[in-house]
Write a protein that binds this ligand. Sequence first.
Ligand code: NDP
Length: 335
Amino acid sequence: NRQIVLDNRPEAEATASNFKLVSADTPALADGQVLVRHHYLSLDPYMRGRMNDSKSYAAPQPLGEVMIGGTVGEVAESRHPKFKVGDPVVGMGGWQEYSVVDGNAPGLLRKVDTTHVPLSYYLGAVGMPGVTAWYGLTQIINPQAGETVVVSAATGAVGSAYAALAKARGCRVVGIAGGPEKCRYAVEELHFDACIDYREHGDVKAMAKALKEACPKGIDGYFENVGGYILDAALLRTNAFARVAVCGMIAGYDGAPLPLQNPALILINRLKIEGFIVTEHLDVWPQALQELGTLVAQGQLKPRETIAQGIEAAPEAFLGLLKGKNFGKQLVKLI
Ligand code: NDP
């Protein structure tokens, strides 16, 4: 069982030398346990935060242990009556080829239906990132039909689900993404009404101007994935009583500062700004997954995936995610 462990913590930007590839035997199963063979490993921005040992909403990743991460795969051996060999499952198996899971622990391992939804989508559109988009949109922004809602990191796992969910609610949906190819894809494939290339609009003033053109009626709901000047520019274009769901600040995960230039706008526009962590709202997951699964089955949500091959490719693929090299959900295929 090949595994990637966190070997040492980043000083500033994360590098491949923070990780180490090791090999370990899979232990014999005890009663109630299940051996899962991972097909795909999910790479997600939150993992960068876990590599630090500073205070955060989640405990740091311990050194020398397998990197945390979502996985999908099949049951390879089972000593639990609920799980049969060959069952497709989603869990938190980490950066390794196999994991041993306690089948009785609530929420650790879930059987999934791959009739209409490909297995890998349970790590993206019909998994944690999809629910993240659903939560911020429906529970914080709560848009009315006809309102304008915006999202940054628009073509990623969260952003692409957000577009489908917001279109289904009759919103004007505007994205912000890196590069012309991603912006074209956002409009042509993800049904965004417009998408702004932030690399072409590299400061608050330029971004605010582009947002004014793309959102002629102002912004009613903003879903933040990036932070920095993009957030500042979006706040400048908010309407009175706009809602801002603060989901991520990926521009700062590798150490870059993210100052906010216009905090007075929170008062001037009577903004509601709310941060959230999707795993703290497990009660709404079934409802969210149901809607996301339906959108996929009906062809209204066609997420894109970037797939690295083999466990040894995980560190570089993860570093690429922090630089926007992924196009859609970043996965590692293990078999
Ligand atoms: P994505 O699939 O969107 O991949 C990350 C994307 O972020 C990159 O493709 C890139 O897109 C963009 N990006 C990376 N670095 C920068 C930068 N310096 N400046 C601007 N954009 C950058 O990831 P996810 O959809 O999985 O996650 C999106 C966000 O949601 C993240 O901030 C993540 O932390 C957050 N999140 C929060 C959760 C919560 O519970 N609060 C749960 C899940 C995710 P581009 O090329 O377009 O810039």
